[in-house]
Design a protein around this ligand. Structure first.
Ligand code: ADP
Length: 274
């Protein structure tokens, strides 16, 4: 498409989803996302790892026909990584928008995964974008970028693993609307595991029951129980021909913890389940 931003529509096209990502809703989250999007309100998704937050955003981006730019936040992620920087090459210096600036400039969903991991200069950059101003100051370039009407900010974090100093500041929280995610109820989770892992529903239900037992170990020192993602991994290994115990040890019990006692408990759960 030519005209307004022609070349770059092209550039963001690489971020468009080609096929519908399967997403099984557990409640009213689709309607909630649509409402937030219609009002261009930023959205915060909170919940444990591997419970479907990313898949949900992918599904919604596909549904809304918008490009999705995903940024995995980490402790070195700085404002420059998000906003952009001057680059030097044979022809001189030129400005390169960072992923956040690209989404804001050309319109799309920008999804910052595990936002609490990012450096504070990176999170502060989101403030004017996340409120009614909808601007991104590109200080190094001397530009105040006004967000495209299709721009939407979505962030996620896992309240379970915040270290002592990590957490979202009230100044951030108060700019967002939020949805709480958790592992879905057993019947829905089994349907997801069956479909994603390619196993029969009764086998998926047994994996979910095992997953629920590991989640109860959280009271006994396990940081986090098996996620839906892990149950899908176990299903995939089963589909590839591994025996159930071997699949569950490899996909769930072994990766979940390095602690000797918890390891014994997890292997016990696997052996009791299959
Ligand atoms: P998160 O972003 O919360 O860490 P993901 O969205 O990456 O987790 O989910 C991990 C995997 O679990 C997905 O790749 C998908 O296979 C499966 N999954 C979890 N919840 C759902 C759901 N509601 N619908 C479809 N797949 C799901």
């Amino acid at each position: 498409m030519m005209g307004d931003g022609g070349t770059v529509v092209h550039q963001l096209d690489a971020w468009r989803l080609r096929a519908e990502p399967f997403y099984q809703p557990a409640g009213q989250e689709v309607e909630a996302f649509l409402a937030a999007h219609a009002a261009r309100l930023p959205l915060l998704l909170k919940g444990p790892t591997g419970c479907g937050k990313t898949r949900f955003v992918e599904h919604m981006a596909w549904r809304l026909g918008l490009p999705l730019i995903t940024i995995a936040c980490h402790e070195d992620l700085s404002a420059g990584d998000l906003a952009g920087r001057w680059l030097l090459d044979a022809e001189g210096t030129h400005w390169q928008d960072g992923p956040l600036a690209q989404a804001a400039r050309y319109g799309g969903i920008c999804y910052l995964d595990e936002l609490v991991e990012a450096r504070s200069d990176a999170t502060v950059l989101l403030h004017p974008l996340a409120d009614t101003r909808r601007v991104l100051p590109l200080e190094k370039r001397g530009e105040l970028l006004h967000a495209h009407p299709d721009f939407q900010l979505v962030v996620s974090y896992n309240p379970g693993y915040q270290g002592l100093h990590k957490g979202l500041k009230p100044s951030m929280r108060q700019r967002f609307t939020a949805l709480a995610f958790d592992y879905p109820e057993a019947g829905i989770e089994a349907a997801i595991v069956a479909r994603e892992g390619g196993v029969e529903l009764d086998m998926a239900a047994r994996l979910v029951a095992l997953g629920q037992r590991t989640r109860r170990l959280q009271e006994h020192g396990l940081e986090e129980g098996a996620s839906t993602r892990m149950l899908v991994h176990a299903a995939v290994l089963l589909r590839e021909g591994l025996a159930p115990r071997a699949a569950c040890l490899q996909a769930i019990a072994t990766p979940l913890s390095d602690d000797a006692d918890i390891g014994v408990a997890l292997r016990g759960v696997v052996h009791a389940s299959f």
